[in-house]
Design a protein around this ligand. Sequence first.
Ligand code: F6P
Length: 325
Amino acid sequence: MKDGKFTIGILTSGGDAPGMNAAIRAAVRTALANDMNVVGVLHGYDGLINGEFKALGARDVGGILQRGGTILQTSRCKRFPESSGQREAIRKMNEADMDALIVIGGEGSLTGAQALTQKGIKTIGIPASIDNDIWGTNIAIGTDTAMNTIMDAVDKLRDTASSHQRAFLIETMGRNSGYLAMMAGIICGAEIVLIPEKPADQQEIAAAVEDAYKRGKTHAIIINAEGSDIRTTELAAMIDEMDLGFKTRMTILGHIQRGGSPTAYDRLLASRMGVKAVEALMDGVHGVMTGLKGRGVDYVPLADVINNKRKVNMEYYRMVKVLAR
Ligand code: F6P
């Protein structure tokens, strides 16, 4: 756009998360309110390299606040981690007179944002991932909605589990993080949770299932994170074979956890972060992520975000066991 106005590019990258659209809407409307242009980049970093750009006006982001997914679409781009991909992307940004870029996504996407920062691009990250594995923010956009989806599913599964006195194995997402499984353990009252951060102890699992049966529980709920060291199918076979009282059934929740209308919490968080991302650029701040700290949204250096690993709080893991009595 050659009208002399400050032009912000915006993209969503990696796994989609409910609330991404709310963040896009907030950023676009804040920018427009401050006399800036916004260009939507389609298909994440792939679209940045290919120059897939689309000017965004206020009406283009109408009716999307409540929609899951991302109107800009997303990708897991193989070319962007390479310098040649980044150079090409910067060339396309210059051709489009883009002055800055807002990247909405998870750890990998924010790593891409930091690479651009190091190459002199004014970049702002907004954390969005259902896994909640991003350092520097209490919670990422999409996590709350995913937890509510899991809660709804597990509540339903418990009804049928109790009716048949079964052990139900439920697999949540979380390739590298046990956050969703662990929190689901608390909010859904699971007997056992299995997470990538803690090696599974088969004897301990068997003892807990048998104990639940002996104590007269009508069901046993076992929540297994996708990335734990035991596959849900193997676990079900093991419990069946050991004849611990309960017969087993299993449900893999899968990508249903990534979809759906964002919760009130996610809409609010995404809106606040979208506004803050544009305000950062107006204040001359860049190379940062918007992070929720206490009650406020702060700027967290992207370098710190990608150089630190967020760990799950094992207090919650212990809490699941205490509350399962
Ligand atoms: O969004 C993060 C995540 O949900 C991981 O927990 C999961 O392993 C991964 O995405 C799967 O995503 P996809 O099937 O899109 O590669």
